[in-house]
Design a protein around this ligand. Structure first.
Ligand code: NAI
Length: 344
């Protein structure tokens, strides 16, 4: 029976994967720890490792997994920036779940936006304390505002549809604009200048790390609202904090944070958090942080488990998977076509 070393597991993962594996086809070993250079040995004796967004699959880990005979890394997420896919190329294949519920993430982005601009987070706390004052609660209408969407893939397009439902004007930037989509694509500079709200829905790559930084914030409208449900390092957090302190940025809605890997998904309510930048952000009344939970719906968890196990079954059975990724994917059109549906 195929043995899967399942890292960074939470109770909800266990429930959804046990339901998907109800016939007992796979021997899944659940580990609460993340996969890191210190924990890779837990995968000894397994055939596949299954990882999530904050596991650290660097060149050292890849070498160690390869020495153990592991030939497949099954990501149970869409993004794969935490895997050194270039180093893995030729050694270990990487499969992912390209879409599990784009609705979950797009809806969470809108939930964050509405919460922020209508001060729901503050109202919730006030009325719990029987404080019914409206001082400081003035929001603004979304209707007629311009939203700039960066990344018009599955999630970005659903977010655009939601925004249009609110009567917003949509402009977008994508490295690979979709033809005939009816989306008004603009340059990044134009997007920074025109958008009242900016929402990030593109993957994190070497070229767009810190795409929101002091220089780009300078080009934005005063009072702009920034939403990030993609990857934390798309934003320079230090520049974001400065932008908020300067009153240039009106609000930030963050489901991801560039230094989240040792913090998010854990309970630090009885600890002093050492990350001063995160602590500063959380202390600001116009910042909402959720801990990478945009994906977390019943539908998404079930889809993640089904697709991850299907990917593993398909790859170990046939040696190929339509959900394989490599560092060339996206750079070379149909890179997998060159190798009969395999990346290498
Ligand atoms: P997708 O692959 O369908 O769409 C991504 C879009 O970004 C594509 O249209 C692509 O052309 C565009 N793009 C690529 N590089 C770009 C660049 N440098 N600048 C601008 N656009 C660029 O991906 P999907 O499913 O819409 O997911 C988007 C991102 O959302 C993922 O990469 C992931 O980081 C994040 N995500 C976050 C989750 C959460 O729980 N917070 C859950 C799932 C995904």
């Amino acid at each position: 029976m195929l043995k899967i070393a399942f890292f960074d597991s939470k109770e909800y993962d266990r429930q959804s994967f046990e339901a998907a594996n109800k016939d007992g086809e796979f021997d899944i070993r659940f580990f609460e720890t993340r996969l890191t250079p210190d924990t890779y040995k837990l995968a000894e004796g397994c055939d596949v490792v299954c990882v999530f967004v904050n596991d650290d699959i660097n060149s050292f880990v890849i070498d160690k997994l390869y020495e153990m005979g592991i030939r497949l890394i099954a990501l149970r997420c869409a993004g794969y920036n935490n895997v050194d896919v270039e180093y893995a190329y030729g050694k270990i294949h990487v499969v992912r779940v390209p879409a599990y519920s784009p609705y979950a993430v797009a809806e969470h982005a809108m939930a964050l936006l509405l919460t922020s601009i209508r001060r729901i987070h503050k109202a919730y706390i006030r009325t719990k304390d029987f404080n019914f004052s409206l001082e400081g609660m003035t929001g603004f209408d979304l209707h007629g505002k311009t939203v700039g969407v960066i990344g018009t893939g599955k999630i970005g397009r659903i977010f655009i549809d939601i925004c249009r439902g609110f009567g917003m004007n949509v402009i977008a930037y994508d490295k690979f604009p979709a033809a005939d989509s009816g989306i008004e694509y603009v340059s990044l500079d134009e997007l920074w200048e025109r958008a009242d709200i900016i929402s990030l829905h593109c993957p994190l790559t070497d070229e767009n790390r810190h795409m929101i930084n002091a220089t780009t914030i300078d080009k934005m409208k005063k009072g702009v609202v920034i939403i990030n449900t993609s990857r934390g390092a798309l934003i320079s957090t230090e520049a974001l904090v400065e932008g908020i302190k300067d009153r240039k940025i009106g609000a930030a809605c963050l489901d991801v944070y560039e230094e989240e890997s040792n913090i998010f998904f854990h309970d630090y309510s009885n600890h002093i958090v050492n990350d001063d930048i995160l602590a500063r952000l959380i202390s600001m009344p116009n910042v909402i942080v959720t801990s990478h939970q945009a994906f977390l719906t019943k539908e998404a968890l079930s889809n993640i488990a089904d697709t991850t196990l299907a990917n593993i079954k398909e790859f170990t059975g046939t040696g190929r998977s339509l959900n394989e990724v490599c560092y060339k994917c996206g750079k070379i059109a149909d890179c997998r076509q060159l190798h009969e549906q395999k990346c290498f």
